[in-house]
Design a protein around this ligand. Structure first.
Ligand code: ATP
Ligand code: MG
Length: 377
């Protein structure tokens, strides 16, 4: 079976790697230059998007910030999973908030800000501290502002107004700042027949808006896991979703609030390459290719450490127990997601010990989020 992936980054690459044993052939559409490329080598097929759509049996996506004309063209072929509506909901925080309301899942109270009046409304309804996010094109904490106190409101509004004037299709979603205990995410797959399989919850640690560390040690309570699964099903069923869907949550006490969704495989699911029998990439391909979903149970407690802006790690990492290094073959740029390290252990205690051992080989200026997390655990 032939699958066209919209987007040609590391997620398409890891899908292609897991597609090989399933006899699935993948090509990737690099949206920026508008080229159809091999997802591993990057070599161009000299094929137009229309030709690639014809070539494909199934079309899927590795990110949500795709121009609507591309999405709509793909949707018209009837081969697109998840469909354009789901991708658009992941790429526009206004649509995303509508979806969360429709699915009736708890999320951070919000106000959509387009002018001074709606900004004042946000101030009075949400109060400070507040998080403000651009409706479109947000990722890795980009396009976000924090309003700590009312005294700073005027200065911030001037900044938001300039942003909105320069970007007429944009809006700002003002959100109540949630004093969360921790952040977790649920990765799951929904098949053509509506059946669902979810992975165990990952605990995620962000540094300056970017995911640095995910830990899946099976220690999250059954109640939390069930709550997350129920919210996953509500959202996925509302979208009639097919494929892997990721949901990020804030944990407040024993209650979950949805932060955001990603209609695709997700960075906080990379641990599944060795912590589960069937990875999120494998399960995404199965879902869209209409194959039975695979085992999502935790096989071994596993953590994932992102490698940001570096193209090498200490050689001793490669031989550390339970550890594998995954590179994405990208050119080095500051802050860029270049690869990740997966480390597995027999149980949660051994896992944190192994993370601490590996952290000794990872300098704190290059892995600040990892070291920040370990200071408190
Ligand atoms: P991603 O890379 O996951 O796509 P993003 O840029 O889309 O990130 P969010 O996930 O919305 O942004 O926000 C990034 C981080 O900022 C969150 O993981 C969380 O730590 C913090 N954050 C976002 N919204 C809130 C909120 N309402 N209250 C408290 N913290 C928040
Ligand atoms: Mg996020």
């Amino acid at each position: 079976m032939k699958i066209l992936v919209l987007g040609a980054g590391q997620l398409a690459r890891m899908m292609a790697l897991d597609g090989l044993p399933l006899n699935l052939e993948l090509r990737a559409f690099d949206v920026g230059p508008g080229k159809v490329v091999h997802p591993l080598s990057g070599d161009s097929y000299e094929q137009s998007l229309a030709q690639a759509i014809d070539w494909a049996d199934v079309i899927t996506s590795e990110f949500e910030h795709i121009p609507y004309d591309v999405l709509d063209t793909c949707e018209q072929s009837g081969k697109m999973y998840p469909d354009a509506k789901a991708i658009k909901a992941g790429g526009d925080r206004r649509k995303e908030k509508q979806l969360l309301e429709q699915a009736n899942v708890a999320n951070a109270p919000h106000v959509i800000i387009t002018d001074k009046a709606s900004f004042e409304k946000a101030l009075s309804e949400l109060a400070t501290p507040m998080v403000l996010k651009s409706a479109l094109a947000g990722y890795d904490g980009k396009g976000q502002w924090r309003l700590k106190a009312n005294d700073d409101a005027n200065a911030l509004y001037n900044e938001l107004e300039a942003f909105l004037n320069a970007n007429p299709s944009q809006a700002i979603v003002g959100e109540k700042m949630i004093p969360f205990d921790r952040e977790v995410s649920l990765i799951g797959a929904r098949a053509h027949d509506g059946s669902v399989k979810v992975y165990p919850l990952a605990v995620n640690h962000h540094y300056q808006g970017v995911l640095n560390l995910s830990i899946v040690d099976g220690k999250q309570s059954d109640a939390l896991q069930q709550q997350a699964q129920q919210m996953f099903e509500a959202i996925a069923n509302t979208l009639n979703y097919v494929g892997v869907l990721a949901i990020e949550f804030f944990v407040v006490g024993e209650k979950l609030l949805v932060n955001e969704i990603a209609p695709r495989v997700h960075n906080s699911g990379h641990w599944s390459q060795q912590g589960a029998f069937v990875s999120q990439f494998d399960n995404h391909l199965r879902a869209v290719a209409n194959l039975p979903l695979g085992d999502t149970e935790l096989r071994t407690p596993t953590a994932m450490i992102n490698i940001l802006g570096q193209d090498e790690v200490a050689p001793a990492i490669y031989s550390a127990p339970g550890t594998r290094v995954h590179w994405y073959g990208k050119d080095k740029r500051p802050g860029r997601k270049m690869g990740h390290i997966n480390v597995s252990a027999d149980d949660a205690t051994q896992l944190i010990a192994r993370i601490k051992d590996i952290a000794k080989l990872l300098p704190s200026d290059q892995f600040p989020g990892l070291h920040e997390y370990l200071e408190n655990h």
